[in-house]
Design a protein around this ligand. Structure first.
Ligand SMILES: [Zn+2]
Length: 207
């Protein structure tokens, strides 16, 4: 695949808490680091996201009496899955994964920092109204082709990819540079992305 000067590698939430042994471990989550590092060296632009919650964030099961991680609750903005405490601002679990070559990242966008609203998407928080500013940043810089990698396929990668399409970006998901939490959810996520016009590539197509 020919490289365009506007190509941007968008790396979603490759953070310690999402790796095996972390607070919200994604199976084989560490397997994305190798492909991402190879891609990072080859891409003209790189942008990262970091899940970045204040302590006691509304998405944490520990905040909801009688609820457990992976339960679903009704929030003012709709249904919310509850998670173990994860990616708390400034903690080691919230740090970018050791070994991730992030030096070339031009922007690190932090999401999920509003105490009462989650944000799977790099673009739009879970209330579906509050923007993170990423679309504006990319648009102002003319970065129109996005290649998504990172964690997790069935949550933050999925929502970011769908919102990227909705915002008009040419969007690709790099299938060997993402991993999902749940096997069925991951298959459904790939199908939903395909329906939205997200194209599937592998890192070998790109480097
Ligand atoms: Zn989170």
């Amino acid at each position: 695949m020919r490289r365009e000067p506007t190509d941007t590698l968008l790396v979603i939430d490759v953070q310690t808490d999402f790796l095996p042994g972390g607070a919200l471990a994604v199976p084989e989550g560490d397997a994305v680091i190798g492909p991402i590092n190879r891609l990072a060296a080859a891409f003209p632009h790189m942008v990262l996201t970091q899940d970045w919650h204040p302590p006691g964030h509304a998405s944490f099961a520990s905040r909801h009496a009688g609820r457990r991680p992976f339960d679903t609750v009704a929030m003012a903005y709709g249904e919310q899955r509850l998670w173990p405490d994860h990616c708390v601002q400034g903690t080691p679990g919230a740090a970018l994964a050791p070994g991730l070559q992030a030096e070339r990242a031009e922007l690190v966008i932090r999401k999920g920092h509003h105490p009462g609203v989650d944000s799977y998407s790099a673009f739009l928080e879970a209330d579906r109204r509050t923007r993170t500013g990423l679309a504006g940043y990319l648009t102002e810089r003319g970065l129109t082709r996005l290649f998504l990698a990172g964690l997790a396929t069935d949550y933050c990668v999925l929502w970011s990819a769908l919102d990227a399409r909705a915002a008009g970006f040419e969007t690709y998901v790099i299938e060997d540079a993402v991993r999902g939490i749940d096997r069925d959810g991951t298959a459904q996520a790939f199908a939903a992305m395909e329906r939205a016009g997200v194209q599937r590539v592998t890192s070998a197509d790109l480097v």
